[in-house]
Ligand binder design. Structure first.
Ligand code: FES
Ligand code: FES
Length: 133
């Protein structure tokens, strides 16, 4: 049912944890299942994501997609990170079963929420970023 990559990221999730004094923190809940995701971003003065960590109370698919999402945004600019959609994350994992697609939204939404937090703290506007619900 799950791809090898999903199983790998579920069993050995990358970038789990917290960042003290993070540039931006985003917490989101999944409306469909009630699971929670928190994303921490450390962003440098050139708007590059230097470090990223996540914590979740979520299912295996949420863990795997968040792990992959953190790998995809690390070292990227804010603008590039915005393009890391849940679809891109699922593709990078060789797909998810249809009933688990909603789980992959948590990471995307948490990254957006963390970027929003960063923008607010620094009084900047990030083109194409919508206010988290
Ligand atoms: Fe929460 Fe899936 S419903 S773990
Ligand atoms: Fe809740 Fe997967 S079932 S995030």
């Amino acid at each position: 049912m799950y791809s090898e990559k999903v199983m790998d990221h579920f069993q050995n999730p990358r970038n789990v944890g917290e960042i003290d004094g993070a540039s931006g923190v985003g917490t989101v809940g999944n409306a469909k299942c009630g699971d929670i995701m928190r994303m921490y971003l450390d962003i440098d003065e050139n708007h590059i994501i230097r470090d990223v960590k996540f914590k979740t109370f979520g299912c295996g698919a949420a863990v795997a997609t968040s792990s992959m999402a953190t790998e995809l945004v690390k070292g990227k600019t804010i603008e590039e990170a915005l393009k890391v959609t849940n679809k891109a994350v699922m593709e990078a994992l060789d797909g998810l079963p249809p009933v688990k697609v909603h789980c992959s939204l948590l990471a995307e939404e948490a990254i957006h929420a963390a970027l929003w937090d960063y923008a607010e703290k620094n009084g900047i506007k990030i083109e194409g970023l919508e206010k988290p619900k």
